[in-house]
Design a protein around this ligand. Structure first.
Ligand SMILES: Cc1ncc(CN)c(N)n1
Length: 220
């Protein structure tokens, strides 16, 4: 099996995530300010726990060459996505100090601890599958939004966010992650017990991504 099989098996849920109302409103610039602020702040906490999960993936590797994959993803997350995120928060009047003092919302706790729990109790492949909807979904959103007729570049307060995920660095991280995961799953059959377990994990993480958008919308 491969990444494409996981997406195909969960197609409607995947579409609900990548084409969510929150995403569309980022595209046309109509997302309420309060929803975006809540999302941004919670996403800072999310990224911190995802960095821990990639570090856990390094720990679970048994060779230097295998460690290189999660290390590249972790470096991308720390040096690219998180630093852009902090700069972006500052543009929105949210300081690093504010970010350190926030309370985690329930959707943030649920998603991040689910992934860390899979990482602690499961295999490296299971952890990689739990991490996959994050990078792959946002890369798809970054590629999809600029092509939609409703997406506005002029006077859109969210255009820098879209550009970050549409940009080459993030797109390449998602390509690398797909390649690694395809390699890790190539001997696993989708209808084996292990294949079904991986599908369940992918599905749960995708559901958590939808809940993360909803968490933002609920703060309007
Ligand atoms: C909730 C969430 N999911 C995914 C991503 C993209 N790394 C993110 N920043 N935040």
């Amino acid at each position: 099996m491969n990444v494409s099989d996981l997406i195909t098996a969960n197609q409607s849920l995947w579409q609900e995530y990548t084409q969510h109302r929150f995403v569309r409103q980022l595209g046309d610039g109509t997302l309420p300010d309060s929803a975006f602020r809540h999302y941004l702040i919670q996403d800072y906490l999310f990224l911190k726990h995802f960095a821990r999960a990639y570090a856990l993936a390094i720990y679970k590797c048994d060779s230097f060459s295998a460690m290189q994959r999660p290390l590249t993803a972790l470096t991308g997350l720390l040096e690219h996505e998180t630093s852009l995120h902090v700069a972006y928060c500052q543009e929105w009047g949210i300081s690093e100090q504010d970010l350190e003092n926030i309370e985690e919302d329930s959707g943030t706790v649920a998603y991040t601890r689910l992934v860390l729990d899979i990482g602690q109790s499961g295999s490296l492949t299971e952890l990689y599958v739990a991490l996959a909807p994050c990078a792959l979904g946002y890369a798809e959103i970054g590629a999809w939004l600029p092509k939609q007729s409703f997406t506005a570049r002029a006077n859109n307060p969210y255009i820098a966010w879209i550009d970050m995920y549409a940009g080459e660095t993030f797109q390449q991280l998602a390509v690398d992650e797909t390649r690694s995961l395809d390699e890790m799953m190539k001997e696993i059959s989708a209808d084996s017990q292990q294949g079904r377990k991986l599908n369940r994990i992918f599905r749960d993480a995708t559901r958590m991504e939808i809940a993360f958008w909803e968490q933002g919308l609920n703060k309007q």
